[in-house]
Design a protein around this ligand. Structure first.
Ligand SMILES: NC(=O)c1ccc[n+]([C@@H]2O[C@H](COP(=O)([O-])OP(=O)(O)OC[C@H]3O[C@@H](n4cnc5c(N)ncnc54)[C@H](OP(=O)(O)O)[C@@H]3O)[C@@H](O)[C@H]2O)c1
Length: 285
């Protein structure tokens, strides 16, 4: 396992969780820092890897795709409509967008087959695509229950099955599943969502057990309250109540989940499988 290093330009006024990253160029002679930039040598963790990130048109999935690209991977992103292609263009030449609804069994298999044909393998799968349809249990419709289970759990299962077939043949791979803190503690109005995400944890652990002898690792992340379009619909009083439950007193940013997804996808976590990591500012610790 080799970690290649490269140079990173850190813009000092950027938040610590999203430094500017420029790969490949050492600093000009004698310019190790200036008033606004600093050059540091960093390890590129995913060089030459091929990653498939589902639901990466925005939010956490997009942040993961961006960070994997920064770390040298080729990244295939999926979304439900043609906007995904425009997002891939924005992300750069190593990003490729594919329209694929996670409910479409044949579509999922086709994206995996096409990725292997075009790029040689799928080294990393991130099951990120997900939705919420919140309502208190006594008001929730069967349709909303089914839709959430179908996309969050069945979709994750379909991608995992397809990729595991390929990873077993090629002798290894790495799967990162995005679950939720709701899976562990439940949440008001989220009987469908919490159940789907608990299923994702059980699926992760089973994939890890079945995959270990084939050098396939599978781990899950449980984000807490992360600032994305999914959480933007939370009404202000509920948002304040949620903040009160978070020891760190603030929501997380998509990139703070992406950093953990990078760790799990890289050799830095080579002895981790079947684990579930909370990224929640201490909520429900
Ligand atoms: N935000 C939070 O506080 C939070 C907390 C815990 C867990 N999570 C989990 O983190 C993941 C990402 O959430 P987010 O907050 O980033 O949500 P988001 O901003 O709403 O983004 C969701 C992404 O999933 C895609 N997607 C949804 N349904 C899909 C389907 N059937 N097929 C393909 N793609 C689909 C969307 O793409 P298109 O709409 O373009 O198709 C979009 O790219 C989800 O699994 C979510 O459950 C989020």
């Amino acid at each position: 396992m080799t970690h290649l290093s490269t140079w990173k330009v850190v813009t000092l006024d950027s938040p610590p969780w999203r430094p500017m990253l420029t790969l490949g160029h050492p600093p000009p002679r004698g310019r190790h820092s200036s008033s606004s930039t600093r050059y540091v040598e960093v390890q590129v963790l995913l060089r030459d890897k091929v990653a498939l990130v589902t639901g990466a048109t925005r939010g956490i999935g997009r942040a993961i795709a961006e960070l994997y690209l920064d770390h040298g991977a080729t990244v295939i992103i999926t979304g439900r409509d043609a906007r995904v292609e425009a997002v891939a263009v924005e992300l750069g030449e190593r990003a490729h967008g594919r329209v694929c609804n996670g409910l479409d069994e044949e579509g999922v298999d086709a994206v995996v087959t096409e990725t292997v044909a075009n790029h040689g393998s799928v080294d990393i799968l991130v099951n990120n695509a997900g939705i919420a349809r919140d309502a208190m249990l006594h008001r929730m419709t069967l349709e909303d229950f089914r839709e959430v289970i179908d996309i969050n759990l069945q979709g994750t299962w379909l991608w995992t099955r397809s990729v595991v077939r390929h990873m077993r043949e090629r002798g290894g791979g790495n799967i990162v599943n995005i679950s939720s803190i709701s899976a562990k503690a439940g949440n008001l109005g989220q009987s469908n969502y919490a159940a789907s995400k608990a299923g994702v944890i059980a699926l992760t652990q089973t994939t890890a057990r079945e995959g270990a002898r084939h050098h396939i690792r599978a781990n899950a992340i449980c984000p807490g309250l992360i600032r994305t379009s999914m959480s933007s619909v939370i009404p202000p009083p509920a948002w304040q109540r949620l903040l009160g439950d978070i020891p760190m007193g603030r929501p997380g940013e998509p990139n703070e989940v992406a950093q953990v997804a990078l760790f799990l996808a890289s050799d830095m976590s080579s002895y981790l499988t079947g684990t579930v990591i909370d990224v929640s500012g201490g909520r429900h610790m």
